[in-house]
Design a protein around this ligand. Structure first.
Ligand code: PMP
Ligand code: GLN
Length: 389
């Protein structure tokens, strides 16, 4: 293998999913719904295939889908987008992240990443020859902030003349944090001051709770020119296997992204793009987004109660479909030991938090559970977890 990939290993999601299958565990590890996506979207995909929308899509994505994304931004009051020059379809957010980093980073450029982080960011930066700089977020604390938080001085100190890019993920995987307007303003001010670009990973923008509203950092003053907003319809429509993602960015940033994208996948699955366009065109009028949030709220409450009842104190979830639980009161020394034991002996799979960190000093003892699951799956997990009492 080339030196560039030699340190990568296997993603924790693949590792835990394999272990879950081996032990027939209830899988609350890898983040994907175990319930079906909307029937009307599946029908739209079948109709698109039967209408012979089966050859290459334009490399920028189907015009109808790019228009539907622009209409969604407009309806949310975010911005009027030019679908021809400011919206690009990718094969999931994963390709968008790779294409964006390839398009923007020169060897030696520094990239600021909040830690814990979604695991793909670091290999993406490394494959582009960039150098990650981490800013630690700290968990909620009884005597301090009730949410995950960072020290603004530490963030400011992470900027250098070599800083090119900052990754922002809100709602955040794995912590469930939604960055506050004040935090977004702090981050924006520093990026403007140091002329730094932002990759805003907003794949969970529709999965947000307790009256919060999602604010794309691209809509803050001075940020449109320097932000690539990445999204994935897999989360919003519970169809993660379709891998239809997109990037919204100003024309020059979109042009850079498209230069990379054309040589990575060229184009994404045509009939699935057509179906997702139908989804975005009709989701609001069908009340789909409200229904999604209501259903996730119920699942969140069920999992919170389950974890609480078995002595694994859950942390608050502001957005996303992940819940962290505190395992410091168990006798496992590491989060990986705990997850291995939980999967093989209790029969419930969860993801250790340490793979979401580069620096392993002073790690909190936390594990991540996914609640994008049927209520019966969550109840099955509850039944197995009972032996911990
Ligand atoms: N970013 C985050 C924060 C995610 O949680 C995920 C999915 N786990 C992705 C990106 C990748 O999205 P996709 O499946 O569309 O490639
Ligand atoms: N995003 C999903 C998660 O956080 C996993 C995606 C993947 O397996 N690459 O669990």
């Amino acid at each position: 293998a080339a030196e560039r990939v030699r340190s990568f290993g296997t993603s924790i999601f693949a590792e835990v999913s394999a272990l879950a299958i081996q032990h027939a565990a209830v899988n609350l590890g890898q983040g994907f719904p175990d319930f079906a996506g909307p029937e009307w979207l599946k029908v739209a995909a079948i109709e698109a295939i039967n209408a012979d929308l089966n050859q290459y899509a334009p490399y920028l994505g189907l015009p109808r889908l790019r228009e539907a994304i622009a209409a969604t931004w407009q309806a949310n009051g975010w911005r009027a987008l030019d679908p021809a020059h400011e919206v690009t379809i990718t094969s999931g957010a994963t390709e968008a992240l790779f294409a964006a980093t390839q398009a923007l980073i020169n060897p030696g450029d520094e990239v600021i990443i909040f830690e814990p982080f979604y695991d793909a960011y670091v290999p993406d930066v490394v494959m582009a020859g960039g150098v990650p700089r981490y800013v630690r977020m700290r968990p909620p604390h009884p005597a301090g902030p009730q949410t995950w938080h960072f020290d603004p001085a530490e963030l400011a100190a992470a900027f250098s003349p070599r800083t090119r890019l900052l990754f922002l993920n809100s709602p955040h995987n794995p912590t469930g944090k939604v960055f506050t307007p004040a935090e977004l303003a702090q981050i924006a001010a520093l990026c403007i001051e140091h002329d730094v670009l932002v990759i805003a990973d907003e794949v969970y923008d529709q999965i947000i709770f307790d009256g919060r509203t999602h604010i794309p950092i691209a809509t803050l003053p001075g940020m449109w020119e320097r932000t690539l907003t990445i999204n994935s319809t897999g989360k919003t429509f519970s169809l993660t296997g379709w891998k239809i993602g997109y990037v919204v960015a100003a024309p020059d940033l979109s042009a850079a992204l498209r230069s990379a994208h054309q040589w990575i996948t060229f184009a994404s699955a045509t009939p699935l793009q057509a179906a997702v366009a139908v989804g975005l065109e009709h989701a609001a009028e069908r009340g789909y987004y409200e229904q999604l949030r209501v259903e996730y709220l119920e699942r969140r409450e069920v999992l919170r109660q389950v974890l609480h009842d078995v002595g694994l104190p859950p942390l608050p979830v502001e957005g996303s479909y992940f819940m962290l639980a505190d395992i410091s009161q168990t006798d496992c020394a590491t989060d990986r030991d705990f997850c291995r034991w939980l999967t093989s002996e209790v029969g419930v799979a969860a993801i250790p938090l340490s793979p979401f960190y580069a620096n392993h000093d002073d790690l909190p003892l936390l594990v991540r559970f996914c609640f994008a699951k049927k209520l019966e799956t969550l109840r099955a997990a509850a039944g197995r977890l009972e032996i911990m009492n």
